[in-house]
Design a protein around this ligand. Sequence first.
Ligand SMILES: [Fe+2]
Ligand SMILES: [Fe+2]
Length: 257
Amino acid sequence: MRILAVGDVVSDNGCRFLRKVLPGIKREYKIDLCVVNGENSHISNAITPESADFIFSVGADVITNGNHTFRRKEIEEYLEERDDIVRPANLLQSQFGKGYTVVDMGRCSVAVINLMGAAFTEGVSNPFECIDGILEEIGDEVKIILVDFHAEATGEKRAMGFYLDGRVSAIWGTHTHVQTSDECILPEGTGYITDLGMTGTFMSCLGVKPECVIERLKSGEKNRFEHIDGPCVLGGCIFDIDSNGVTTSVERILIKE
Ligand SMILES: [Fe+2]
Ligand SMILES: [Fe+2]
């Protein structure tokens, strides 16, 4: 089973680039299941039913989310209604939607879990305790288990990787929008990368105009973030996973426009 995980899609420009390259990547690499982080896919830095529909329409099978999930109210019903979109399981405000889903792929089932880090973030419960509960709920029947760990701190992400080594098939980080080059197979067979990076404007801070971010950091005031257009980048990772749920190869991809 070949899985493609794609980092946070940012705003209209990120959506445009996703449409441009995702179908080709899926074809070229013969992808069986594609998981895309959509938390920033709407121009408002959030996710809406429209931006989620767009991501599905260009080839995502499952959408994961993050700290921006509940910024727009209209996503609540969408999260409730669909089984192919998840939000962080340990987000305390998560009255809507689900923290993981199990996709029926015919010959096997694949669980996709969305989890958030607790370091430098707000409103989340302990991710280590949360994932223990979820893995117990999923049980032994589902062999292929994937985790999008949406977190700020590289140390916490790597700790979670080792914590889940041999217990899940692959875990990748999202949220920082900057790709790391530490993709590997951990000792017990779990595929791992600290962060996939983003799908959005390359010459930016997180897909946002650098001057907006600089202004916020200098003044400490919460100004409005504006997205910036320009050539894009798509960051992702491809995991080959055998029928026992063990990762046999990991390939990081970074496609620039
Ligand atoms: Fe993000
Ligand atoms: Fe985020």
